[in-house]
Design a protein around this ligand. Structure first.
Ligand code: NAD
Length: 698
């Protein structure tokens, strides 16, 4: 369908309709169509007021992202909006569905705004590393005040029509369902009231009497971990309270163009497109998923209770099986607590919680209660023997066609599948903790998994509001396999003289949500210990062992849950403080290993950590465990607290230059060629002058 802007008159109302499916993006054709329509309106003696409206599902979803990074084509959006605003006859924006980014800026160019129920209005530009660049940072504060404007612009989170009405962002909510009719009625009533053109640029500047701008700046500096766009947007809003409208617009343009040029924008756009690309799998493109209504969860510990919460919150019925009634009670209490938290946050009504607990959730000790389930998710202890026993039992109880999934973190899904007579129905569904919160779902496809089981896993992720990434079978799949590798690099640095506290600090300064030792304390040191035990048999004589980690484990210092791990936690405190005793234990471990400690710069820490991550990432792609580098990126963005504005580890490597990463690995190999050997794919790409992104297109 061709993009177009149409013009017609209804009585004395000119109706200007933007039509560019699916989201009426502001492409060049739409911008010039709007400019033509408003040129015509000015000279059209049969029309006294104009309504601008979107065809289809919404007013306007935003700019045309495909034009980003290309030479600008006129007319520019700021000019088109100025032209609308400068109309001598009044203009009404009729908003339904969504008005986002440039779409909301167009509505701010109008003189009156009416919105339909169910509308979302927002300026989400910062999520792509930019900021509003068509007057949004200047008009919004004049209309709703600096504080509300800053909240919307720096968070990027849209508001509802009710919130918009309250803040003054819109003038009316239409009663009926038909926004077009309602907007024309509204325009006609404005005409009979002789309502004038009312440009926002003509309103007085917002004041900053309470110093809100500085408050927002200080707050964001603390929370952003290196992301720049929201802070630059604060500068633009500051200009709106200090400068004339025309000067403020100029400043906005300057700051906008500066952000367009930053690597952060490139990282965030990569994240945005990658998140969409992970769901596009050729192997399931035309395969119908199986129906999932009833879910069984085996095990109600940390993960089982979280998975059950996620399922019931999204409308699925869950039967959870535990070993005894004490454990079922505990699981039910955990889930009820999670639902209470959802009620507190306004995500769930109290009566919905009650209905879930009485009708949708069953907690039992009898596996027989699972017989009607469409999908089982096993989340028992991480032991092959226990898992095999469970799967053999499930195979007896469940009819063919029911999907049997394991939430294992590391174990071989092919081996688990062999205990059933239907390996085609077996798959790995690797959730992350806390499962009702974390967005990532690794879908682990085993050798015999049927394509419609894979399709069902992706459909389930959608139902649960999660992002699914396809992974192949290996120890730890995509995420935990790469984690094991860079975690080892961090342990080596500790053995060689870096403190865990310096390492964590260097990596949070880089932008990670947490450093590796903070992660250990959160997850529990018993998890790492169990993994080392499991892998002990495969150890190589040249592997360097983190004896300090075992020492902490044997002292019972298991992390936050015991109040002591790498950090010491006062009661109720989750941040923790460094512990000199831990440093002594580490010093002892170095002595026993015969290493003489040296100092590390923060830069070297980041380089070693990232080189290990990227190198193993390249192997994971090369072996087909991850389909493309972007799949690795999405796993790290959604499951491992990787800074989104860096795009993911593979995008980071591309932006830094693969030759630079490879050179680091070769340098590190000079003193340890057992751990540091360049991944063949990395060497190949460097030799061919290519980057990881060249593999994302296939
Ligand atoms: P957990 O110890 O908290 O819970 C395991 C639960 O399984 C216990 O409540 C136990 O009573 C129950 N259980 C054991 N055997 C059972 C059986 N035969 N029938 C019914 N119930 C049984 O462990 P967890 O942290 O929830 O981990 C569960 C699985 O999820 C493991 O495979 C783990 O590797 C994986 N996983 C854990 C995390 C995490 O961060 N904790 C993240 C992703 C995946």
């Amino acid at each position: 369908m061709m993009a177009s802007v149409s013009y017609e008159t209804v009585g004395r109302v000119a109706v200007v309709t933007v039509d560019n499916p699916p989201v009426n993006a502001l492409s060049r054709v739409i911008r010039s169509g709007l400019s033509d329509a408003f040129g015509r309106f000015q000279t059209d003696e049969s029309a006294d007021i104009a309504v601008i409206i979107g065809a289809g599902r919404m007013l306007i979803g935003g700019a045309d992202i495909s034009e980003f990074g290309k030479p600008p084509q006129s007319p520019s959006l700021p000019d088109v909006i100025l032209q609308i605003e400068q109309s001598a006859k009044p203009v009404v924006a009729a908003i339904h569905g969504m008005a986002l980014g440039g779409g909301l800026e167009v509505a701010l160019g109008a003189h009156y705004r009416i919105a339909a129920p169910g509308t979302r209005l927002g300026l989400p530009e910062v999520k792509l590393g930019i900021m509003p660049g068509a007057g949004g940072t200047q008009r919004m504060p004049r209309l709703v005040g600096a504080d509300t404007a800053l909240k919307m612009i720096t968070s990027g989170t849209p508001v509802t029509e009710a919130e918009a009405l309250q803040s003054g962002l819109i003038d009316q909510i239409c009663e009926g369902v038909d926004i077009r009719e309602a907007a024309i009625d509204y325009a006609q009533s404005l005409l009979s009231d002789n309502a004038p053109a009312r440009p926002i640029s003509g309103l007085p500047r917002a004041t900053d009497s309470e110093g809100v701008i500085q408050q927002w700046r200080a707050k964001l500096q603390k929370s952003l971990r290196g992301e720049v766009a929201p802070l630059v947007a604060v500068d633009a809003v500051e200009a709106s309270v200090q400068k004339s409208f025309a000067e403020g617009l100029k400043e906005e343009r300057r700051l906008f163009l500066h952000l367009m040029d930053t690597p952060q924008r490139a990282g965030l756009i990569h994240a945005f497109f990658s998140e969409r690309a992970v769901a596009k799998l050729p192997e399931i493109s035309d395969i119908a998923p199986r129906d999932i209504a009833r879910v069984g969860v085996i095990g109600g510990g940390t993960m089982g209770a979280g998975i059950a919460t996620s399922a019931v919150l999204n409308g699925l019925a869950v039967t959870l099986v535990e070993r005894d009634s004490e454990a079922t009670d505990k699981a039910r209490a955990t889930i009820a607590g999670n639902l209470d938290a959802a009620v507190k946050r306004g995500k769930l009504k109290a009566e919905q919680r009650d209905a879930i607990l009485t009708d949708a959730l069953k907690t039992v000790t009898d596996y027989g209660a699972l017989s009607g389930a469409d999908l089982i998710i096993e989340a028992v202890f991480e032991s092959m023997d226990v898992k095999k026993e469970v799967f053999a039992k499930l195979d007896e109880i469940l009819p063919r066609g029911a999907i049997l999934a394991t939430n294992t973190s590391y174990l071989d899904v092919n081996e688990i599948a062999t205990t059933t007579a239907r390996p085609e129905d077996v798959i790995g569904l690797h959730f992350f903790s806390p499962a009702q919160v974390m967005k990532l779902l690794e879908v682990v496809v085993a050798d015999k998994t049927a394509p419609d089981v894979v399709a069902t896993a992706f459909a389930l992720a959608k139902t649960l509001g999660k992002t699914a990434v396809r992974a192949g079978v290996c120890d730890g799949f995509i995420g935990n396999r790469i984690l094991s590798h860079y975690r080892t690099a961090a342990d080596h640095m500790v053995l060689d003289g870096a403190s865990p506290y310096q390492i964590d600090k260097a990596l949070t300064d880089f932008g990670f949500a947490m450093g590796p030792y903070q992660v250990s304390d959160l997850a529990g040191l018993d998890i790492g210990y169990a993994t080392r035990q499991r892998k002990a048999a495969d150890a190589h004589p040249r592997d360097r062992y983190p004896t300090f980690a075992d020492a902490l484990y044997h002292k019972g210092w298991l992390g936050q849950k015991t109040g002591h791990g790498y950090y010491l936690y006062e009661k109720g405190d989750r941040k923790g403080r460094p512990d000199p005793e831990v440093e002594q234990i580490i010093a002892q471990a170095r002595k026993e290993a015969g290493t003489s400690p040296r100092t590390f710069s923060d830069d070297e820490i980041v380089r070693r950590y990232m080189a290990a991550m990227v190198n193993e990432g390249a192997r994971v792609v090369d072996e087909g465990i991850a389909q493309r580098p972007l799949d690795v990126d999405v796993v790290f963005l959604y499951g491992y607290g990787f800074p989104r504005w860096r795009g993911g580890p593979m995008k980071y490597a591309d932006m830094r230059g693969l030759d630079s990463i490879l050179a680091d690995i070769r340098t590190f190999a000079e003193t340890d060629d057992h751990f540091w050997s360049p991944a063949p794919l990395l060497e190949k790409l460097v030799a061919e002058g290519r980057n990881f992104d060249s593999l994302n297109q296939r």
